[in-house]
Design a binder for this molecule. Structure first.
Ligand code: ADP
Ligand code: MG
Length: 727
């Protein structure tokens, strides 16, 4: 082995040896000392705070030292997957530990062995248990007293682990990595460390992995969390400054144009909220700095008409607007909605077109060559005032005559880089309006979306029906699922329609591997549209008209299916999340979401917003095999208990990393943005923002801080190289 230099950039091979380095790479994608040292402990086991099992109360966070009394694993009923139940005893009493789909742990958790087990005490069937506890086994062969004495006063780190790399093995590697370090350069300027009394980077890394006490662990964690917040705020502030420096064509509202005609033709009055937001947008458009505005408002709050008015203002100025939608279904639906709203105003150049009319065209990936050619020509000539499309709009062959405004629907599906690709198609920097139905608390939005101004629509224009939501727990109550199918039959027999949503298209697609951490490494078999639709057709929903819908169908088939569902020729749509946004069929009253724990909170809220849109109340059933008291199950309970979008987005945000919220996924290998949580760390983020602003004020190019500048460059690369793209 070569003598390793003691740097963060040193390859792990040189520190932990070939074999282990290979495992670290395959399991986590870690290659350097830095990668590994940013794999932080999830918690610490503390010897000093051992509890007796007999004295445990529900809800306590505990660590117990106990011996394994019995261990058994059994298959789940009605679905793949298994549950491992381990009974432990400490002499005072027994309790059970349960692991869902982690049969591999049986090898470690052998009868007679001792270990430290930590978690939150739950009660199930009257017995105390720890679901998915963290643990550390006393090494085989070492006598317990000395092992426990070894633990005494120590804080054992517990790492996110896997069967190939248990926590104790990671701890060993981390120790080697820390011992290998010479001096760690610190990219945070000394006066900032001083201001917050933070430890140096080197101290912080050593202490978070191997703290002398909990205070130093906390302080180290705070410092490392600050690093993330600070870098991110520098990035956002730089981006904002760049945007503010741009000049573009001002597009003030004109009288006597298409916008004015449209306003007169609207069958209803804009709500006061729509009027106010429209004013904000119009004043942005009238300035020669490009607009960067986020428009947030619950499903059904009427964002489309606000966006359309902005597009029409740009058409009046002689420019074009592009509307970018996350899916083909949604793009097609936008086209229909907007054509309907505009009526003859959408028939520019055609017979029946009226004065001021423009043309609208659609561009998607699966169009045939002729349709695509026509759409491209309309966009390039400027004849199409509004071009609606999916990612296909980003392709190089798409050219505009004068692109003045980009509207992005459902911001979370598009990364900064995609927005930039579209902006590059304009002669002058275009104005940008981003719409999202996932409301974000204002303070969070201000700090997270530092580069966007924000408008919010609060009221709903139409009387929406209440939606009742229940969890259907298939693990405890397998028969409840039959009741769910019965409810669908009842609704259909009353002339209504139903959605069934499944996480996967086909049994073998593994697109959602990122959620597998909830279960350990093998995920149970997740419901898929292609399996479920025929099964229900021949079974529980026999006799009903059922059709599948998902992203892999041809555009024609997708459109035809949606059309048939909206006209009531289909009773039950079995679908993936392609129906998540925008789909509007008022006659649909019930939605069953299979393996609902595979979806995020906001996503579930969006999904259920598809029912209760007509005159009858809606029902949403969240089917899940997630065991009681697991975070997955608690998320579902939260969704079933409230319909307040702001409240739910708080719950959602609490579980997300800042990188996710920004639309950037973090690949496992990179080490930024691991600790920061937008809500919990709101205060820290604001502090970081202030400090970042001061620093940029005094040295806008960070010339005096080369280490910081390098770190920031790395983060920028990371931000643009990965983004969510799940259309
Ligand atoms: P969002 O996109 O915010 O979910 P939409 O723009 O699709 O909501 O609006 C939901 C429904 O409400 C649409 O059918 C739309 O035509 C209608 N609508 C919008 N604004 C108003 C209004 N001011 N008065 C009555 N109906 C409205
Ligand atoms: Mg909409």
């Amino acid at each position: 082995m070569a003598i390793a230099e003691g740097r963060l950039t040193t390859k792990l091979v040189d520190v932990v040896g070939d074999r282990t380095a290979k495992v670290l790479d395959t399991v986590f994608g870690y290659r350097t000392v830095s990668d590994l040292l940013h794999h932080y402990p999830r918690r610490y086991l503390v010897r000093g705070e051992l509890s007796d099992i007999a004295e445990l109360n529900e809800g306590d966070e505990v660590t117990v030292l106990a011996e394994i009394y019995s261990s058994s694993s059994r298959k789940l009923q009605g679905r793949k997957g298994s549950i491992l139940e381990v009974i432990v005893t400490d002499g005072s009493a027994k309790m059970s530990l349960t692991f869902f789909n982690q049969a591999w742990r049986e090898k470690e958790l052998r009868v007679g062995r001792q270990g430290l087990f930590a978690g939150k005490v739950g009660v199930f069937n009257g017995k105390r248990q720890l679901a998915h506890p963290d643990y550390e086994m006393v090494p085989d062969g070492s006598d317990v007293d000395s092992a426990v004495a070894d633990f005494a006063g120590k804080f054992l780190p517990v790492y996110p682990a896997s069967s190939k790399l248990p926590s104790w093995k990671i701890a060993q590697c981390v120790k080697l990595a820390i011992d290998s370090l010479d001096e760690v350069p610190d990219f945070i300027p000394p006066h900032i460390l001083e201001k917050f009394k933070y430890p140096s980077a080197q101290q912080a890394l050593a202490q978070i992995h191997n703290p002398v006490d909990l205070d130093s662990a906390e302080l180290s964690k705070a410092r490392l969390t600050f690093d993330e917040a600070f870098l991110l705020q520098l990035l956002l502030l730089e981006r904002r400054a760049e945007l503010r420096a741009l000049k573009t064509v001002a597009r003030p509202v004109k009288s006597g144009g298409i916008l004015e005609t449209f306003d007169k033709s609207l069958p209803w009055k804009l709500t006061p909220g729509q009027v106010e937001v429209s004013r904000e947008i119009e004043s942005d458009l009238a300035a020669d700095i490009p607009m960067h505005r986020l428009l947030q408002g619950e499903v059904g709050s009427g964002k489309t008409v606000v966006a359309l008015r902005a597009m029409l203002a740009v058409v009046d100025s002689g420019g074009q607007a592009a509307l970018l939608a996350p899916t083909e279904v949604l793009a097609a639906q936008h086209l229909r909605t907007i054509e309907k709203l505009l009526g003859p105003l959408a028939q520019g150049g055609m017979l029946g077109g009226v004065e001021n009319a423009t043309q609208i065209t659609l561009l998607t990936g699966s169009q045939n060559a002729a349709a695509r050619k026509e759409a491209l020509a309309l966009a390039a000539s400027g004849q199409a005032g509004i071009v609606i499309g999916t990612h296909a709009l980003l392709s190089e062959s798409v050219v505009f005559s004068d692109l003045g405004l980009i509207v992005v629907d459902e911001q979370h599906r598009f990364g900064v880089e995609q927005r930039d690709a579209l902006k590059a198609k304009a002669v002058n920097p275009p104005h940008l309006l981003v719409m999202t139905a996932t409301p974000i608390p204002r303070t969070v939005a201000m700090t997270v979306f530092g580069d966007l101004d924000i408008s919010t629509l609060r009221e709903l224009p139409l009387g929406r029906q209440p939606i009742t939501t229940h969890v259907v727990p298939t693990m405890e109550k397998p028969t409840f699922l039959d009741r769910a199918w019965e409810r669908i039959r009842e609704e259909v027999s009353q002339g209504h329609q139903a959605y069934i949503v499944a996480p996967r298209i086909a049994a073998e697609s593994s697109e959602d591997a990122d959620l597998d951490f909830l279960y350990g490494e093998q995920s149970p078999d997740i419901a898929s549209v292609e399996e479920l639709a025929p099964k229900l057709h021949g079974g529980a929903l026999k006799g009903l008209r059922i059709a599948p819908l998902h992203g892999r169908l041809t555009t024609e088939l997708k459109d035809a299916t949606m059309q048939a569902f909206s006209t009531g020729e289909i009773d039950v749509l079995v679908s993936t999340t392609v129906i998540e946004v925008g789909v509007d069929v008022p006659n649909a009253t019930v939605m069953v979401i299979m393996d609902a724990d595979r979806f995020g909170v906001s996503q579930l809220h969006q999904l259920r917003g598809r029912v209760g849109r007509g005159t009858s109340p809606g029902l949403c059933l969240l089917v899940s095999g997630a065991p009681i008291e697991t975070p997955a199950r608690e998320r579902l309970e939260a969704v079933s208990k409230t319909q307040d979008g702001f409240e739910l987005s708080r719950i959602d945000l609490e579980q997300r990393r800042e990188g996710d919220v920004l639309g950037a996924t973090q690949s496992g290998a990179r080490s930024h943005l691991r600790l920061l949580r937008v809500l919990r760390d709101e205060g820290l983020i604001e502090e970081a923002r202030n400090v970042a602003a001061e620093l940029l004020e005094s040295d806008s190019s960070l010339k005096g801080y080369p280490l910081l500048k390098d770190e920031l460059e790395m983060l920028k690369k990371e931000q643009t190289s990965t983004y969510i793209d799940k259309g």
